[in-house]
Design a protein around this ligand. Structure first.
Ligand SMILES: NC(=O)c1ccc[n+]([C@@H]2O[C@H](COP(=O)([O-])OP(=O)(O)OC[C@H]3O[C@@H](n4cnc5c(N)ncnc54)[C@H](O)[C@@H]3O)[C@@H](O)[C@H]2O)c1
Length: 342
């Protein structure tokens, strides 16, 4: 396949500004056009993305952008409940690669429709569960895959601080548990924070601007390979985001900046500190963190490379979050996954 630069466009220019930056700064791409319904968001896009105004075409209708610009790849960074139409329309218009913001969507039927559409059209797609491309996370996953800890047993994930929300940020935490577990989730149990016990079975967070509309929740998730995830998210705690990966031979404690490791002399023995996997962590400017993600998307389009954050895992993450809402509504009952479609 030719290595001519891929023509990129962005739909939704809030957080989408970082997608624009990533395309503009990755040699595989030329950023051709951007689109937002709101002209004032486009005004701010250029400052946020560090792109000079006038160098890309601007649209307020993504159908017009898809019709005119012959795009190879598109980012979809519209609000959580508006990913489905731009993703399906871009795929049906013949775009070869899509980088969709997280969460995949907030409704299972929409997730199913996206996956059915891209698979039918052969469109490559990644979902921006951003840690999937952070070198430290990739290095730790590689160490886990190579058996450094023995077969993983538990993944304990913590998210703290006032923006601990099941959907807005929790999707990153839960997806990272799925990233390390590498198996299908089979059941979930959940208990929400006090005051949001009666939240109901539909997401009502309005895009995560108000933390009181999106519950912190404590989840237990079992995966088909026996790994159990314990996901603890709580407001009224320090702002942390971290993982404890445990197997019979040791333990990795992982944050966005570093990893600490312990190993045992014999399986299930006493842990001793050892040299941990090392690599770069989360970057200060989000656009820089997204460059490896779009570079991988180019390889997916050109060479059929796999995605580090495939839509099917994002759908599993959504199933876990929606299953957590159902569990809470039924007195923390065990909810089997996948959820039934009505
Ligand atoms: N990966 C991350 O760490 C991260 C961080 C923040 C937000 N996000 C995700 O990014 C997405 C966008 O978040 P945000 O904070 O920028 O939301 P936002 O509501 O501030 O911005 C979304 C933009 O999309 C535009 N839009 C909506 N429908 C459109 C359409 N049909 N055509 C063109 N533009 C349209 C809106 O006008 C708005 O400007 C969400 O899914 C959110 O969860 C991801």
């Amino acid at each position: 396949m030719t290595n001519q630069k891929l023509r990129a466009g962005v739909i939704g220019c809030g957080l989408g500004a970082y997608h624009g930056y990533a395309y503009a700064n990755a040699p595989e791409f030329e950023l051709i056009a951007v689109c937002d319904l709101k002209p004032d968001v486009l005004d701010r896009f250029f400052e946020r993305s560090r792109i000079t105004r006038g160098t890309v075409h601007e649209y307020t209708d993504y159908h017009a952008m898809l019709d005119k610009e012959n795009l190879d790849v598109v980012s979809v960074a519209t609000p959580d409940d508006y990913h489905v139409n731009p993703v399906c329309d871009a795929s049906n218009a013949g775009v070869k690669g899509i980088f969709c913001e997280k969460p995949l969507t907030i409704r299972l039927q929409d997730g199913d429709r996206m996956i059915e559409t891209i698979e039918r059209n052969g469109t490559k797609m990644s979902v921006d569960h951003t840690r999937s491309w952070v070198p430290l996370y990739q290095t730790v996953r590689q160490a886990v895959r190579s058996g450094e800890l023995g077969a993983l047993t538990r993944i304990v994930a913590h998210m703290g601080g006032r923006r601990s929300m099941l959907f807005r940020n929790g999707t990153h935490l839960i997806d990272a548990v799925c990233y390390f577990a590498e198996a299908e989730p089979v059941w979930v149990i959940a208990a929400h924070e006090r005051g949001l016990e009666d939240y109901g079975i539909e997401y009502k967070g309005e895009g995560g601007k108000d933390p009181q509309l999106d519950p912190a929740s404590t989840l237990i998730v079992e995966f088909a390979n026996g790994i159990r995830g314990i996901v603890n998210s709580a407001k009224m705690t320090p702002a942390i985001f971290e993982f404890d990966l445990l197997g019979p031979n040791g333990r990795y404690w992982l944050t966005d900046a570093h990893c600490t490791a312990w190993k045992t002399d014999q399986p299930e023995g006493a842990p001793k500190t050892v040299t941990a996997p090392q690599a770069g962590g989360f970057q200060d400017y989000m656009g820089d963190t997204l460059i490896p993600a779009v570079q991988e998307l180019a390889q997916m389009v050109w060479n059929d490379a796999p995605s580090s954050s495939p839509p099917r895992r994002a759908l599993n993450t959504l199933e876990i979050m929606l299953g957590a809402l159902i569990s809470q509504s039924r007195n923390s009952a065990k909810i089997h996954l996948p959820l039934p479609r009505d």
